[in-house]
Design a protein around this ligand. Structure first.
Ligand code: ADP
Length: 311
C-alpha cells in the first residue's frame, strides 16, 4: 500500500438514475400515472467510487460526463463523497449517462441505461491519466464503458504492476479474452452464466464457474450469490462464504458495495479471507437499505456489523 489509506482508481460509468415508482409498470403502448420520481446519482463506476471512499480509501474517478444539467450534480455528488473528480472529463453537446428505472410496488423493475457520455470514454482519455493509474494501489473496473477502453485501462495498470479488480457488469456475450487477465474478477451468478455460456444457479455450479474463470487466466475469481453469499477460488481451492443475515429490502448496488469493499480490504490486509468477510458485510448492508448510492455503507457500519457478528 502506497500510503495510510488504500489508493483506488476507478475507470467507469457515471449516471443519473431517474427512478419512477408506480403501482404496476406500463405495458408497451400504455400510459400510466406514476407515484413519484427521483433523481439519484448512480452508474456502476460512480457507485463503486463512492463505496470505496465511504470505506476509507482515497479514490480517483476517471470517466466522462456530458454538458447537461446532470453533469454538475453528478460531479458535486462524487465530490461531496470525497471522490477526486479531477480526472473526469466533460464532453460538449452530449448528455451525461442516464438510467431510467421503473419500480413497481412489488419491487420488480425495468431499467433502460443510456450510456451517452460514458460511451465516449476512449483509450486516449485513459492515457491522459496514466500517472493516476500508476500511483494507485488497485484499479477498479466495470463494463458500462466501451470494452476497448476497459481492456486498455487494465493493460495500463498491468504495465505499472497495479492490480486490477474487474466487476464484469454488464457482462458482454463476447467476453474479450484480455479481460480474463485480471487479478480479481467478481461476477454475480447471471454475469458468470453469460461469460461462461452455461447455468450458474447452485453453489456447486458457482464453484465450478469460479474455477473455470481461474483456468482462463483470472487469478482470484469470486462469484457473488446474493443472499447466499459468495464463492472465492484461487485456481486450486474454492471456498464458500455465507451471507450475513440481514433484512434485505433492496439489493441494488450490493454488488458495487461488495466489489469496492473487497478492493479496500484486500489492499489493506493482503488477506483474501478478511476481504471476503468485509465485502460480504458491505454487500449485506447495501441490501438492507433502499437505493443505490444512499445504501452504500460507511466503514463504521461495516466494522460494527463485523463486531456484532463476532460476538
Ligand atoms: P449484484 O448486486 O452484483 O447482483 P449480489 O446480489 O450477488 O450482487 O450481492 C453481492 C453480495 O452482497 C453478495 O455476495 C452478498 O455477500 C451480499 N448480499 C446481497 N444480497 C444479500 C442479502 N439478501 N442478504 C445478505 N447479503 C446479501
Amino acid at each position: 500500500m502506497k500510503g495510510n489509506s488504500p489508493r483506488i482508481v476507478v475507470v467507469g460509468s457515471i449516471n443519473m438514475d431517474l427512478v419512477v415508482r408506480c403501482e404496476s409498470l406500463p405495458r408497451p403502448g400504455e400510459t400510466i400515472l406514476a407515484r413519484s420520481s427521483t433523481e439519484v446519482p448512480g452508474g456502476k463506476g460512480a457507485n463503486q467510487a463512492v463505496a470505496a471512499s465511504r470505506l476509507g480509501a482515497k479514490v480517483n474517478m476517471i470517466g466522462r460526463v456530458g454538458d447537461d444539467s446532470f453533469a454538475s450534480k453528478l460531479l458535486s455528488g462524487l465530490h461531496s463523497n470525497g471522490v477526486d473528480t479531477s480526472s473526469v472529463l466533460t464532453t460538449a453537446s452530449i448528455a451525461s449517462g442516464v438510467a431510467v428505472i421503473g419500480v413497481q410496488d412489488n419491487g420488480q423493475n425495468q431499467i433502460m441505461v443510456v450510456p451517452n457520455s460514458n460511451g465516449l470514454l476512449t483509450p486516449n482519455d485513459v492515457d491522459m491519466f496514466e500517472a493516476v493509474i500508476q500511483n494507485a494501489d488497485i484499479l477498479l473496473l466495470q463494463l458500462e464503458i466501451p470494452l476497448v477502453t476497459a481492456v486498455h485501462a487494465a493493460a495500463i495498470a498491468r504495465a505499472h504492476g497495479v492490480p486490477v479488480l474487474l466487476d464484469p457488469a454488464p457482462a458482454p456475450k463476447e467476453f474479450p479474452a484480455e479481460l480474463f487477465n485480471v487479478d480479481v474478477m467478481c461476477p454475480n451468478q447471471s454475469e458468470a452464466a453469460v461469460i461462461l455460456g452455461r447455468h450458474v444457479n447452485t453453489i456447486d455450479e458457482a464453484k465450478s464457474a469460479a474455477a473455470d474463470l481461474c483456468s482462463r487466466g483470472v487469478r482470484l475469481a469470486i462469484v457473488t450469490l446474493g443472499g447466499e453469499g459468495a464463492i472465492v477460488c484461487d485456481g486450486s481451492t474454492c471456498t464458500w462464504r455465507d451471507a450475513f443475515a440481514i433484512d434485505a429490502v433492496d439489493t441494488t448496488a450490493a454488488g458495487d458495495a461488495f466489489a469496492a469493499a473487497f478492493a479496500v480490504c484486500w489492499i489493506e490486509s493482503n488477506s483474501v479471507d478478511q476481504a471476503m468477510f468485509f465485502s460480504c458485510a458491505a454487500g449485506a448492508l447495501a441490501a438492507s437499505v433502499h437505493g443505490a448510492q444512499p445504501s452504500l455503507p460507511s466503514r463504521r457500519d461495516v466494522v460494527s456489523l463485523l463486531q456484532r457478528t463476532a460476538k
